[in-house]
Design a protein around this ligand. Structure first.
Ligand SMILES: [Zn+2]
Length: 118
């Protein structure tokens, strides 16, 4: 439900509660106590529902904000970020697995760096 639609519904609930209260007053003026009580109760019930609806909307917003916050990737400490950057740089300089495993002494047969230095 969009924010605008929820707001429009709350306004409609409040207007309906006001209309029910008007019916209660008219019933009371015409001496119909049972209907006056019924319309008053219905009006109070609708106002309570409107307040509850507003409370639920706030709870939903809060839960949505918490989910968004939890879905964000964690911020890295600068030292950790530097270490990761150094790791990626070392990987970028690696030409082949054998070069990495032999600690920069040997290359695989098809390695481009091996061809250029040979
Ligand atoms: Zn190599």
């Amino acid at each position: 439900m969009t924010h605008r639609l929820a707001h429009a519904l709350a306004v409609l609930y409040a207007l309906t509660a006001l209309g029910l209260f008007r019916c209660a007053v008219t019933s009371w003026q015409n001496g119909s106590w049972p209907f006056a009580l019924f319309f008053t109760g219905a009006s109070v019930l609708l106002i309570t529902a409107t307040v509850h609806h507003s409370w639920q909307r706030d709870e939903l917003r809060y839960a949505h904000a918490r989910l968004e916050h939890a879905a964000r990737p964690p911020e890295l400490h600068p030292a950790v970020a530097d270490e990761i950057a150094l790791g990626w740089q070392a990987l970028d300089e690696t030409c082949c697995l054998r070069w990495w495993e032999s600690k920069e002494k040997e290359h695989e047969p098809g390695c481009e760096r091996h061809r250029s230095t040979a």
